[in-house]
Design a protein around this ligand. Structure first.
Ligand code: PGA
Length: 261
């Protein structure tokens, strides 16, 4: 299986950072900086910034998205936001099942699964996050945990739906810790995910699905990670908050898509 047939996606996850004013300034500075990049840039901004930044991003290579959504179409769910609201505001994708949502807000695989299905129904591309804790890794449970997250978060999707989904492998021990996974470790897990997808959905679908790596990606470690066959790009938190570091990572892949010889 060969990454070089897949596009590279560099996604930023701003989390609960940036006011509208800061968001607009960031995007204004980023656009000219990434003109020559061949990767596709995804930005998951706070809900409040979506419609404002969406108009700014028209005609650029930035695809705008959200960091979460509710699993219902609409209803009496105070404080929640629906996929159609996000879509109408200008979002084209949504991050689902981020470990901060799973850990701090007790989101289960089943809840994530319902959101994935709703996002697909609405026409938002889901980026589904999976990842193990350091204790799970130390106990040798990584593959068991990831298999369960994949199985239950993606339950009931057909091949066509699966081909619309992006996965993000984000080991919890690497998020915000300055300790990214070694490239070989990331590749081993991404390869496992691709093999899982091939078994469940067929090789054709598995080869189409982009698998991003997330967890302390910085300009100085991104290059080697991106060289791995099954690392199709990144989901970046901290380094996506600065135009310089985010722009630098986006610009790692310049020129036409590589084809493996
Ligand atoms: P980080 O966050 O890049 O700050 O480690 C990644 C994420 O949580 O998506």
């Amino acid at each position: 299986m060969n990454r070089f047939k897949r596009p590279v996606v560099i996604a930023g996850n701003w989390k609960m950072y940036k006011t509208n004013e800061e968001a607009v300034e960031f995007v204004e500075d980023l656009i000219p900086l990434i003109e020559a990049a061949s990767s596709t840039v995804y930005l998951a901004v706070p809900y409040t910034a979506i419609s404002l930044v969406a108009s700014q991003c028209l005609g650029t290579k930035i695809i705008l998205g959200a960091q979460n959504m509710n699993d219902h179409r609409e209803g009496a769910f105070t404080g929640e936001i629906s996929g159609s609201m996000l879509k109408q505001a200008g979002a084209q994708f949504v991050i689902l099942g981020h470990s901060e949502r799973r850990q701090l807000f007790h989101e289960t695989n089943e809840f994530v699964n319902r959101k994935v299905k709703m996002a697909l129904e609405i026409g938002l591309k889901p980026i589904v996050c999976i990842g193990e804790t350091s204790a799970e890794r130390e106990d040798g449970h990584t593959i068991k945990v990831l298999t369960s997250q994949l199985k239950h978060s993606l339950a009931g999707l057909n091949e066509e739906q699966m081909a619309q989904v992006m996965l993000a492998y984000e080991p919890i021990w690497a998020i915000g810790t300055q300790q990214a996974a070694m490239p070989s470790v990331a590749e081993e897990i991404h390869f496992f995910c691709r093999r899982y997808l091939a078994n469940q959905y067929g090789t054709g679908t598995a080869e189409k699905v982009l698998i991003l790596y997330g967890g302390s990606v910085k300009p100085d470690n991104a290059g080697l990670l991106l060289e791995q066959n099954n690392v199709d790009g990144f989901l970046i938190g901290t380094a996506s908050l600065s135009v310089d570091s985010f722009g630098e990572i986006v610009n790692l892949s310049k020129g036409p898509l590589k084809t493996k010889t």
